[in-house]
Design a binder for this molecule. Sequence first.
Ligand SMILES: [Zn+2]
Length: 335
Amino acid sequence: MKLGLLQYAACLNCQSPLEIRVEREEDEEILEGWLICPSCQARFPVRRGIPRFLPSELPPDKKATAAAFGYEWTHYAELSDQDREEFLDWIKPLDRDSFTDRVILDAGCGKGRHALLAAQFGARNVVGVDLSEAVAAAYQNTRNLPNVHILQADLSSLPFRDAFDLAYSIGVLHHLPDPRQGFLSLVQHVKPGGRISIWVYGKEGNRWIEKIVSPMRIHVTSKLPKIITRVVSFFVSLPLYAALKVIYGPVWRSPRLAALKKMLPYGEYLSAISGYSFAENFWNVFDHLVAPTASYHTRAEVTEWFAAAQLEQVEVTQRNNNSWRGTGVRSRAAI
Ligand SMILES: [Zn+2]
């Protein structure tokens, strides 16, 4: 943990600014200690360099979902060359300039790949939060950057006031038990006039996943020992990888074959990921099989979340025919 985090962190109970008691420090990095609220005396530990704002008891599904993604991102902590292009696509119509000199919240940071990019795009400070032990991977991936802070907390109960110019949440809200409530709670941490950007699975374009893959995921693969889910993912990845390289890749690259994108099953999505390495492809399959909680949302639902939060300049657009990205600005007037 870096001292700079203190300017944004607030007590979970009473929102007062926190004080730090350092127990072990190394090169300006606080490895062990306590964040203490001078008003209500609440104490939050800093362990292995990461402030931990965990509730004492998590509901079992939330705990299992966090364990699933903790497993995924600590076993697949490497960063890839494609992360940058993919991130910029997920946050459209925002771009690199949206980060310049801004204070950023990465809500559900996983292994920290987007927090790292946000810092490279010139953010003043980036705070990455995740409920799972993936924070350990995020911490290792960003530790050398003075303006990236990683902490462990539940998205529906974050230790901040409205501290952020831009909050984004990529592929996370649909793994919460109540994504709408998670969204509304995130908006509370955006400054008036600041922006939020999200990406979630669409109901449109994912009918067969909901009908066939979801029941398998819920009743079978999310309950298996992770190593067995890995074996299953491996055998699913083999034919998928072959199809990506032999069919979808050429369609993606050749303008003459572009019309085929519409005719092939999942043409838009699978050709977009046809450049994935085998490892990326394998972990993507694992990602879809491992989580006990995942939900799919219509455009109307996502649009309603933005309306409920009274956001302005709202844009909801479809990505790869099977997911939604949305962005909006927090009203200055509503505060
Ligand atoms: Zn307090």
